[in-house]
Design a protein around this ligand. Sequence first.
Ligand code: FEO
Length: 175
Amino acid sequence: MISKKMAEAINEQINKEFFSEYLYISMQGWLASQSLDGMANWMEVQSKEEHFHAMKLFNYLIGRGARVHLMAIDEPTNDFENPLQAFSKALEHEKLMSKNINELVDVAIKENDHATRSFLQWYVDEQVEEESTVERIVNMLKMVGENGNGIMMLDRELATRTYVAPADASGATGA
Ligand code: FEO
């Protein structure tokens, strides 16, 4: 049986993952309003990944016999100055999420919960990928600056991203 402290920490992380989904939907909306449909597509895929992250934790808690406690989701930022600012905020957010996951692992270690520690390794690895993917886009946006052609080329590249649900039964309902 999972400890009360561990379950509470996972419930808080579920809320943070749903907030991430919400934040990326908000960025999707703003980018679409700027006719940057490829970048909006990238954010849509990202928001679906966040939904998966939340549901994977949700299903894990249920599997361990704990109660899921859904909390209110904060309002995300809805307006951005330009694509660079939106993606920079996304990078900043992913760095914060990595910190949150590390703190969750710390709780699992303190609670001597080896099963949860092992389960969370997937998130630790996922965060490395999340940060590096967004960082690459931020760097490209910095390179193109105000160059319209550069922005359009990047927009076209980001239009090709598609959502692929990870082959993981514990998060299958997140797809
Ligand atoms: Fe679920 Fe992008 O952190």
